[in-house]
Design a protein. Structure first.
Length: 388
């Protein structure tokens, strides 16, 4: 088996608290199970030292450097120092370990490594940033729109250029693969998806009781998640409660901002903050919602809800990466009234919930087999190495 160097701008761990780090940890677990020798270079935030014990058993070598948030001084300079340290650590591991392949997670990491000679490198961008920027354009007017449009045009050229510096590009979703493939040619773009964190068989008691629980799980320090939560609370939730007065809405995720915390009333809206174990919340959910207005990549929490068999109502962009079939695996809506109608239908129709939940579980089982995807990627690397 191969020695694989993984370089990541954050730290991957089972309980790290953000979907990207958890997904990369599961990828590392799959590679480790398949017998590969793993080297990891990553940035560590202040307070994450406890996570080293989770990830170290998967690694033949683990190198960390301070995240920008763990350094003193002005934040722009801290970011520059942090990425320079990441680059230096990567160069050191390359020189001392001579890995067979390199897997670089996120475009920001790839920028920091420009110019380094990486053995048969794969870039997994996670986000297609020009796609995210273009979604925001429709919501802006005036000078802010002009500046964002210029940045989107720049990223539309830069990101494919960056991808073409790599032997392989690995998209985390079929939606992203379709965006990247025509612009990254002649470099091949394959699918190396994120995988669900849970399955329908994961046992846990529900976090709360009730039969009309609406759940939104997201890292609430992210602006796109805050925007989606505000839209749902302001535009959709009043329409739901008017028709299903016993409904309760739970926002679960780390670091919610003060204005969203203030929406908790202890009766219809609950904001829990970070929860170490999400399975009880999925078990308690009657309906899962993803009301994001800007989204890309593959939304981990939507994937987890589908895998758990929780019926999902989502915006169209929330399904961009997941690629589920509307009406069969989940319900899609982009306008407040239609979104509320979909939530109410699921709250009031147990048979519909059961049908969609079962179809969603089967969809995830068939589409998001991480072991198979990892085996295909490593086999592709092996073949390329043999060809010289």
């Amino acid at each position: 088996m191969a020695t694989i160097l993984i370089v990541y701008k954050e730290f991957p761990a089972r309980s790290v608290g953000h979907a990207g780090g958890q997904a990369i940890f599961r990828l590392m677990e799959a590679l480790h199970r398949q017998g590969h020798r793993l080297l990891l270079v990553a940035r560590l935030r202040r307070g994450e030292e406890r996570l080293l014990a989770e990830t170290a058993p998967l690694c033949a070598r683990l190198e960390t450097v301070p995240h920008a948030r763990a350094l003193s001084g002005p934040l722009p300079l801290a970011y520059l120092r942090s990425y320079l340290l990441l680059r230096q650590a990567t160069a050191r591991v390359l020189r001392q370990e001579r890995p067979d392949y390199t897997l670089v997670e996120f475009a920001q990491t790839a920028v920091a490594l420009l110019g380094l000679r990486l053995p048969y490198p794969t870039l997994r961008p996670h986000d297609v940033n020009w796609f995210l920027l273009e979604q925001r354009l429709s919501r802006l007017r005036g000078p802010r729109r002009w500046g964002l449009a210029a940045l989107a045009r720049l990223m539309r050229g830069f990101e494919p250029w960056l991808c073409r510096r790599y032997a392989l590009v690995a998209a985390i979703s079929e939606g992203d693969r379709r965006l990247l493939a025509p612009r990254c040619a002649p470099r091949p773009v394959l699918l190396l998806p994120m995988a669900p964190a849970f399955t329908a068989d994961t046992a846990a008691a529900p976090a709360v009781s009730g039969e009309a629980n609406v759940l939104f799980v997201a890292a609430m320090y992210r602006g796109v998640n805050q925007e989606g939560a505000r839209w749902f609370l302001d535009e959709v939730w009043p329409l739901v409660v008017a028709r299903v007065p016993q409904a309760r809405f739970y926002i679960v995720g780390s670091d919610p901002p003060p204005d969203i915390l203030a929406r908790q009333d202890g009766e219809r809206v609950f904001v829990t903050g970070y929860q170490a174990d999400l399975v009880p919340w999925y078990r308690a959910a009657t309906v899962f919602v993803s009301p994001l207005l800007v989204a890309g990549g593959l939304l981990q929490k939507v994937l987890d809800a589908l895998a758990m068999g929780v019926p999902v109502v989502a915006t169209t962009v929330s399904n961009h990466g997941v690629g589920a079939t509307p009406g069969e695996h989940l319900l899609l809506a982009d306008e407040p009234a239609a979104f509320a109608d979909a939530v109410v239908r699921l709250l009031e129709e147990p048979a519909l919930r059961e049908r969609i939940g079962q179809a969603a579980r089967q969809f995830v089982h068939e589409r998001y087999d991480l072991e198979a995807a990892v085996a295909q990627w490593s086999s592709r690397c092996d073949r390329a190495a043999l060809q010289g």
